[in-house]
Ligand binder design. Sequence first.
Ligand code: A2P
Length: 402
Amino acid sequence: MSAPLRQHLIDPEICIRCNTCEETCPINAVTHNEDNYVVDAAICNACLDCISPCPTGAIDNWRIVKQPYSLEAQFEWDELPEQEEDLDEAEGDAEAREEEVQSLLAEAHEGAGGQARAPASASKPSINLYSRAEPAVATVAGNFRITHQDSKSDIRHIVLDFGPQSFPVLEGQSIGIIPPGTDERGRPYHVRLYSVASPRDGERPNHNNLSLTVKREVTYIGGIPHPGVASSYLCDLQKGEQVQVTGPFGNSFLMPNDPEANIVMICTGTGSAPFRAMTERRRRRRETAGRLLLFFGARTPGELPYFGPLMKLPDSLIQKELCFSRLADKPKEYVQDRMLQRPEVVAELLQDEKTHIYVCGLKGMESGVSEALESICRGKGLDWQTLSADMRENGRFHVETY
Ligand code: A2P
């Protein structure tokens, strides 16, 4: 009989199919079909590179098995199989093996950027309190358009009230939304993840509610519009309707509690949600010791979520660098272009050990932002690769793109 082994699995109930694990895996052990993301036991070497980037924790599941589950079996799952009990005793050995792997990994990641970590002063987040099997039920307390009526983007500020259920979130965390109904194959829709846009004490303080920033997504296939399932569902919700919610998720993209920490926020579109939460936390607490610097990109002011309220925030709270890519009378400007226009302030902050950098929004911006930071560093005799590895290691550099 072959010795039991510890198989790496992905929980299909929690997974939001964001593809992060497949992109991260250095040896292509993660794959997917139209239903599930799965790990190929014949390839996976338990390097754990995929664990920390996963926004939901779905990736961090393990079973002691005699025979590994095949890809075909995993593709069929709606939920993870239970651990077979008599094999559970082998867990001790497996844990010892994993500890060994972890320490090798820590060595391997030294100087190479390391794994995502929460800021040292962040509060401890609650995660995975509610699942698809046992979701929280929230009531819609409001649904408002926050882009200009004439603009093409329909971006909405949606407030969800959790009533008597405990649903604690921190700034930077996300929640899952279960769209009702089934797809064309009769299977329940996948959970979709949205960043929370309100601070930890709620959209309306102490009312057990939170807000989301949701853009109505439409894809065109052969010129025919296909509305996004979850975004259309959310954008069309009426006050008083009920929504099934999972989560909360996320344990590293969190804000520092240290009021003296500087926070550099770089975002596009709805990637601004966690930054609204962080800024609002600082505003409510009247914390101005640490600096807030925001680079925010949108097509036009009318398409920039929260443009009006953002303009009202005083410079003493936050330095706003808003950039627009589709103004009739100006050349296209992206966030990374504006950063290059502000080398002094960016470099000064980069050299301060109290500075935390957050990037959130379109995946495409990631490389542009990285090149801008590299260039600013070079101009000041700094090495961005070394600095970013150190910042990541100390929970001061965070990227969440989609
Ligand atoms: P663009 O006008 O070129 O699409 P969206 O409205 O699609 O959510 O995008 C938000 C903003 O992000 C837009 O101004 C968009 O510009 C911009 N953007 C698109 N690609 C990138 C990129 N690679 N780096 C930075 N910003 C980008």
